[in-house]
Design a protein around this ligand. Structure first.
Ligand code: C2E
Ligand code: MG
Ligand code: MG
Length: 245
């Protein structure tokens, strides 16, 4: 059985910037299996294509519904596997999904990893330009963990960098991690991008990120990933959507 959870992303000034859709798989005997374990398997078997399509389609529909209940200026972020992004019909399929769901493109963000952008093909660059033309936002996930050259950032139309949790984890006690985070934030801002810090669990981490001018926060300190019904209740509590009357 596959499910989806949503985890809120919070703006520095307060307010919800968006939510990340995270796929969940419950094995009949083994219980929940981490996506870190089953996504590589789904990529090897090609199952990632139908799975990726399913989560994108659900996320668009769920957030069109939440928009109708008053949620504005909030994007749903969907993780893309390189296999999805590199398909020739990816952009066309995405446009269809948006149209069928009724979600405006400004309501969607796509998370890709550095490797996707680095494959050197013109296809990736073309797709990014097409997404920019449509106002779909693009974020680079797990930034800083790949073997990437930075030169691609010069010409890739990307909106956000997401700093990997491994850097945020020890930001308070490890000067080197703190220096890397500071460097990423400065780099992003100079390139007119926003920065999301992932995996914030403590007030101390948050305090440190605040001093570095990080734009958006994601982590258990604010909210854990949760099913749609729980997200709905959370957004009502935050006065971001109207309760169902
Ligand atoms: P990711 O995209 O970097 O997602 C963030 C991960 O960090 C999620 O793990 C989330 O639950 C976790 N997280 C968020 N805040 C905290 C925190 O404060 N502390 C800790 N310890 N963890 C936190 P999750 O859900 O296990 O997903 C793991 C990875 O699996 C994702 O990393 C993403 O790369 C992949 N994934 C998840 N859903 C999808 C999907 O629909 N499609 C694709 N292609 N990949 C997905
Ligand atoms: Mg992600
Ligand atoms: Mg990440």
């Amino acid at each position: 059985m596959t499910h989806r959870d949503y985890q809120p992303l919070i703006r520095r000034e307060g307010g919800v910037a968006g939510c990340e859709a995270l796929v969940r798989w419950k094995h009949p005997e083994k219980g929940f299996i981490s996506p870190a374990d089953f996504i590589p398997l789904a990529e090897d078997t090609g199952m990632i294509i139908p799975l990726g399509h399913w989560i994108l389609e659900r996320a668009c529909r769920d957030f069109r519904m939440l928009r109708e209940r008053g949620l504005k200026e909030c994007r749903v972020a969907v993780n893309l596997s390189p296999l999805q992004f590199q398909r020739a019909d990816f952009f066309k399929g995405l446009c269809q999904t948006l149209e069928v769901s009724g979600l405006p493109p400004e309501g969607l963000e796509l998370e890709v990893t550095e490797g996707v952008l680095l494959d050197g093909s013109d296809g990736a660059l073309e797709t990014l330009h097409a997404l920019r033309g449509l106002s779909v936002s693009v974020a680079i996930d797990d930034f800083g963990t790949g073997f990437s050259s930075l030169s691609y950032l010069r010409h890739m139309p990307v909106n956000k960098l997401k700093i990997d949790r491994s850097f945020v984890n020890h930001i308070v006690e490890n000067d080197k991690d703190a220096a890397i985070v500071e460097g990423i934030i400065t780099l992003a801002h100079r390139l007119d991008m926003e920065v999301v810090a992932e995996g914030i669990e403590t007030e101390e981490q948050l305090g440190h990120l605040n001093t570095l001018d990080c734009d958006i926060y994601q982590g258990y300190l604010f909210a854990k990933p949760m099913p749609l019904a729980a997200l709905d209740a959370w957004l009502v509590k935050e006065e971001r959507i109207r309760p169902v009357s």
